[in-house]
Design a protein around this ligand. Sequence first.
Ligand code: ADP
Ligand code: MG
Length: 263
Amino acid sequence: MTAQGMPQAATLPREGDPSAGGRLSIRNLTVSFDGFKAVDDLSMDIAENELRVIIGPNGAGKTTLLDMICGKTRPTSGSIIFHGMELSTMQEFEIVRRGIGRKFQTPSIYEDLTVRENLEVSIPDKHGIWASIFFRRTPQVRQRIEEIADLVMLLSHLKQKSGRLSHGQKQWLEIGMLLMQEPDLLLLDEPVAGMSPREREQTAELLKRIAQGKSLVVIEHDMEFVRSIAQLVTVMHQGKVLSQGSVDQVQKDPRVIEVYLGH
Ligand code: ADP
Ligand code: MG
C-alpha cells in the first residue's frame, strides 16, 4: 500500500528555515494510509552530532517516520529539511547522496561475500558492484575499510564470509557498510533487537563513538539500552510526539507511563 496523494509542494519551504535550528528539521509531517494517519502532524528537530532515541509502543509510527526521512514513503503533507534542502519530494538515492543512511530492522548484507567485500561494495561508486571489487583496492580505500572494520569491531573478521558472522556482528557490518558512504545522519531501526546482552553493551559504545562525528536517530525498545546511549528521548504515540526529554524525564511522564512504560 502506498501513501495517498503528493506533498503539497506549494506550501513547502524550499531553502530551509534558519530559525528551525536543527540540522534535520521536520515540520507538520503527516502520512495517511487509506485515511489512517500513521504519522500525524509531527514536528521534530535533530541537531548536528546529536544522538536522538525514539521510543513508543508498537504501531506508534516510528518506522514510518524513518521511511519518510529516507524517501521510502512519501508524506501526504509536511516538510523534512536537511542541510537546507527539502527531502520529502526527493527519490531515495538522492537522499542517500545528501548524506542520510538508513538501517532497516533486518540486516541486508551479502552473506556470500567476506566482510571486506561487503565494505568494498558499499563504497559509493557509479560503476557498480564488480567495478568496486576489482578497481577500488587502492591504499586509501584499504585504509578506509580497515578503519571502519575496526570501528565496528570486525577488523579480525575481514576475510570471513559474512554469512558466518553472529547476528550481532551482521548488524555491525551493516552499520559499517552505511558508514562507508560517510553519511551525516544515520537512521537505525531497532539495532539491538535479537542481540546478546554483551553485544548490546558493545553496540551502545559503538553508537556513542559514531555520534561524535554525525547525527544519529535510533529507534529502540530496550530501556536499559536507551538509558546507556540517550541524550534526548522522543516518545511517539499514534503518529505524534507524546513527550520529549531526558530518559528520567520521559520515564516519569504520566502520559508515557500510561501508554507505554506502564505495561
Ligand atoms: P512502529 O514502527 O512505531 O511500530 P509503524 O511505523 O511500523 O509503527 O506503523 C505505524 C502504523 O502504520 C501501524 O498501524 C501500521 O500498521 C501502519 N502502516 C505502516 N505502514 C503502512 C502501509 N504501508 N500501509 C498501511 N498501513 C501502514
Ligand atoms: Mg517499527
